[in-house]
Design a protein. Sequence first.
Length: 143
Amino acid sequence: MIAGAGEDLREHVQRTADDLGLRPLHCVLVDEAQFLEPHQIDDLFRLAKDDGISVICYGLRTDFRTAMFPGAARLFELADNVEKLPTMCRCGSQAEFNCRRVGEHFVFEGEQVAIDGTEVTYMSLCGPCFMQEQRAAGVRVLG
């Protein structure tokens, strides 16, 4: 199911489960949780704690500028458990940073979310590769 921005996720999940005859509901999986609003994370918390439905969220911790997404920050504040799913950098090391590319160049400035308009791609980089790319771009996000 897809929920809209600002929508009460607890109500949305319950209404959808009723409409589709999915009761009892045991688990809700949420992908791209970083794009949720903090109050929607609170909705999911109530769904888990008040309604006894397990909620499992997947998403990014930080954006390409190394700033936490508001939804991710609230999720970290309320989550019972946090597990990091490892990703690999181009060099073979474990990646720590989600980096934005426009064309062939890494960029470190811009809006937090770039879905429409400019053609962007993302690449996971380890710390040393991240530092190398920010130096090549002539910016200083970290260090």
